[in-house]
Design a protein around this ligand. Structure first.
Ligand code: FAD
Length: 408
């Protein structure tokens, strides 16, 4: 009995922890409990069915900066197992990963099933027992040492150590059984979402992408830069998702109603833009404004911004007043919208919040409050921006928890 390690949760973190634990100590009985009828369900649907396993960032300091929550703690954890180790681990199991131009890494098969098959094969090889439809209701430290687990089906299971890898819980009540063990919880709120903007003039531009724009949330310090995509419901793209991640808590407090300002000319200063427009007006009074527009933006977006500034696209530069030009600068650099609600990004969404990181010893992923109780994955108050960082946190914390739980 006390030779048994139980992992709760059959997701990426639970599977990786179970594999590491069984590999590190072959004398142990490793049991993985999953409340659902299938394991690795998020891996299956991740990255649009391709599974963005990790990110091609091999600098630990830079890597940890992609985690709005957990950056400090992960920095030390990454020195044990990070992106390079993930790539090597999967390669050692004959799964080659490839990096795309933006750094996201996928299996060369472009199928998440490759990752599932690899993890399942390891679980079989290491004789890890996986019990499906076996939810854990309660965990109690046992009088005799170790833990007693009370299962949904009425059974009781005893073990030496427990690894909790139950993923993000959208509601705080879902974590009450961990509160009962003395763990402190950061209230969960969603991260990685897009902005709903009920402005038909904007949403009519759906499909337009700008490679580099600056996004700012008014009345906050939130500001990011990167690609922005206009969708049929509002704004999306990496810069918006990053803003939602950095501001997960602030935007939840605002109940997802706030003003977003987009600068479509990310690398330009207002004075330079003004000078350029005024020079153009002075040099080309008889030329069509739209045909000599100086900034490289998608054509439909340019027309929209010119009209939004109250200008006629067919006007000559000579007909454009100073006020008109200032209005155009406002639209190009301080284009502001009312956000009313959010939409979950279908490629990847995560929970901000979970187990308070001050309660965890990152050398073992063990609770500082209850020894022998380890944690891995999204159940912790760790989440990253989109791009493979969330799975990397699951592999890293799963690796450390699994190895530590295997130790005598
Ligand atoms: C649509 C989508 C796409 C994504 N794509 C990517 C991507 O491409 N790249 C990336 O890095 N991240 C991606 N993510 C995020 C990533 O999937 C998660 O961060 C990651 O799966 C977390 O792993 P986990 O093992 O901690 O939790 P989970 O994968 O959520 O697994 C937890 C498991 O525990 C089980 N469980 C919960 N409670 C109990 C209980 N009491 N008893 C027994 N079992 C229990 C659950 O049923 C579940 O199977 C995506 C997320 C979503 C929703």
């Amino acid at each position: 009995m006390l030779n048994t390690i139980v992992i709760i949760g059959g997701g990426a973190a639970g599977y990786f922890a179970a594999i590491q634990c069984a590999e590190a100590n072959k004398q142990l009985k490793v049991i993985l409990l999953e409340k659902g009828s299938k394991v690795l369900q998020k891996v299956k649907i991740s990255g649009g069915g391709r599974c963005n396993v990790t990110h091609a960032c091999f600098d630990i300091k830079q890597l940890s900066q992609s985690y709005p929550r957990g950056d400090k703690q992960l920095k030390s954890a990454f020195s044990r197992f990070y992106t390079k180790d993930t790539v090597e681990w999967f390669e050692s199991k004959k799964v080659k990963l490839k990096a795309e131009a933006d750094g996201r890494m996928f299996p060369v098969s472009d199928s998440s099933q490759t990752i599932i098959d690899c993890l399942e094969k390891e679980v079989k090889r290491l004789k890890i027992e996986v019990r499906l439809e076996t939810g854990v209701k309660k965990v109690s430290p046992s009088f005799h040492g170790g833990f007693d687990l009370f299962l949904d089906n009425g059974e009781k299971l005893s073990c030496r150590r427990v690894i909790v890898a139950t993923g993000g819980s959208p509601k705080e009540e879902g974590l009450n059984w961990l509160k009962d063990l003395g763990m402190r919880i950061e209230p969960p709120v969603p991260s990685l979402f897009t902005f709903n903007i009920p402005d038909p003039n904007l949403t009519a531009l759906q499909g337009i992408a700008v490679n580099m724009a600056k996004v700012k949330i008014l009345d906050t310090k939130l500001e990011t830069a990167g690609p922005v995509l206009i969708t049929h419901w509002g704004l999306s793209g990496p810069a918006i998702l990053k803003t939602s991640s950095l501001g997960a808590r602030i935007l939840a407090e605002k109940e997802y109603e706030f003003k977003v300002q987009v600068c479509w000319l990310e690398n330009r200063k207002e004075e330079g833009v003004r000078q350029e427009l005024f020079n153009l007006k002075a040099a080309n009074p008889g030329k069509l404004m739209s045909s000599t527009f100086p900034f490289v933006l998608p054509k439909r977006l340019t027309s929209y911004l010119i009209q939004k500034a109250g200008l006629d696209e067919k006007a000559n530069w000579g007909e454009v007043s100073k006020e008109n030009l200032n209005q155009l600068i406002q639209c190009l650099m301080y284009d502001t919208y009312e956000v009313k609600g959010k939409t979950t990004f279908k490629e990847e969404f995560v929970t901000c919040g979970g187990i308070n990181l001050d309660d965890i010893d990152f050398k073992t992923m063990e609770s500082k409050r209850l020894r022998g109780l380890h944690f891995a994955g999204e159940v912790l108050d760790i989440d990253g921006i989109t791009g493979g960082f969330n799975f990397q946190a699951a592999w890293t914390t799963g690796f450390i928890a699994g190895q530590a739980a295997a130790a005598e």
